[in-house]
Design a protein around this ligand. Structure first.
Ligand SMILES: Nc1ncnc2c1ncn2[C@@H]1O[C@H](COP(=O)(O)OP(=O)(O)OP(=O)(O)O)[C@@H](O)[C@H]1O
Ligand SMILES: [Mg+2]
Length: 293
């Protein structure tokens, strides 16, 4: 018997000894190293085994699952794993929700599903179907081709011109018009959740989306995210090193109307009440100088 396995089964605690056959079994199934390391590091065996048996399955490229072939993993976040999958005709996204998340709060996953089912917009992935069994909870979504703004900004180091910022912001305002008109607040409009392809923007990840109630879930949270998103785009043309303790409104070279607009979005100045108000100011700022650029 290899030394590490001997160490694991030789622990002088009666309860652990009782588990020795399980550990030996695990040792032969290829999942022994985590178990044995955990034992060596003193992690309670009960927790360890619960964790082991409760852990979510992970699928590898080329593997088949529910009639789809896994192409690759495209993202792994707090709530789950997103796979690019195919039925050999089209590409889709499979969003696998972590067991822990839906066991602790099944309502949390219900909103994303419910809200996506209610939406029909070119810039938002369509909900295709749910997959649920003893080992898996998740859903299949339409695949939107594109590069995340996160990748464009931080990996590709793309510098966004004012014209591009206008073009992108304009599309996001249209999406927000649609969402807010449907009574939905997205609450997570960030650079990893927005894709860009062929001058079109797509908004994904409705994991935090909620029905507006004008109390806890109000439209203005999307305005703050929209402001923060635009500030990310503005910073791509900022050449000095960003200095600590200096806020964006002192660092970025912004025109006075742009500054007020962003401050209102961010809630530093009196907040906008509706997407219509946002749109009016946005168009005024950009039509001023974009065409001349
Ligand atoms: N419909 C889609 N089409 C193309 N790419 C997508 C789609 N949905 C998600 N992605 C990609 O997968 C990544 C992760 O997806 P998503 O943001 O929905 O999950 P997450 O961040 O893990 O979720 P959560 O924030 O709920 O934990 C996204 O950043 C995006 O790159
Ligand atoms: Mg996300």
């Amino acid at each position: 018997m290899p030394f590490v396995i001997w160490r694991a089964v030789a622990i002088p605690v009666p309860a652990l000894r009782a588990l020795a056959p399980v550990l030996v079994f695990l040792a032969h199934t290829g999942i022994q190293s985590t178990t044995i390391n955990a034992v060596k590091n003193g992690i309670p065996v009960k927790n360890m085994l619960t964790k082991l048996f409760d852990s979510d399955p992970k699928y590898l490229p080329g593997q088949y699952f529910e009639g789809f072939k896994i192409v690759k993993i495209v993202g792994e976040g707090r709530y789950g794993i997103c796979y690019l999958i195919t039925d050999d005709k089209n590409l889709y996204i499979l969003k696998h929700l972590k067991k822990k998340v839906y066991q602790e709060n099944p309502m949390k996953i219900q909103y994303e599903e419910e809200i996506l089912k209610a939406l029909k917009h070119e810039a938002i992935p369509r909900y295709i179907r749910k997959i649920e069994n003893n080992h898996f909870t998740g859903y299949v979504l339409e695949y939107k081709q594109g590069t995340t703004f996160e990748t464009m900004i931080f990996n590709q180091r793309h510098v966004f011109t004012r014209n591009e910022i206008h073009h992108i912001g304009r599309q996001l305002i249209d999406i927000l018009h649609y969402l807010h008109g449907k009574g939905v607040v997205h609450r997570d409009i960030r650079v990893p959740n927005t894709l860009y392809h062929d001058h079109h923007i797509y908004l994904v990840d409705f994991g935090l989306a909620r029905w507006m109630d004008n109390k806890k879930y109000k439209a203005d949270i999307d305005f703050s995210y929209f402001g923060d998103f635009l500030i990310h785009l503005y910073y791509t043309s900022y050449i000095d090193k960003p200095r600590k303790n200096k806020p964006w409104y002192e660092e970025l070279a912004l025109r006075s109307k742009e500054l007020v607009f962003l401050k209102k979005l961010m809630g530093i100045e009196k907040r906008y009440k509706s997407i219509n108000e946002v749109e009016v100011d946005f168009e005024e700022i950009f039509t001023d100088f974009c065409v001349k650029e």
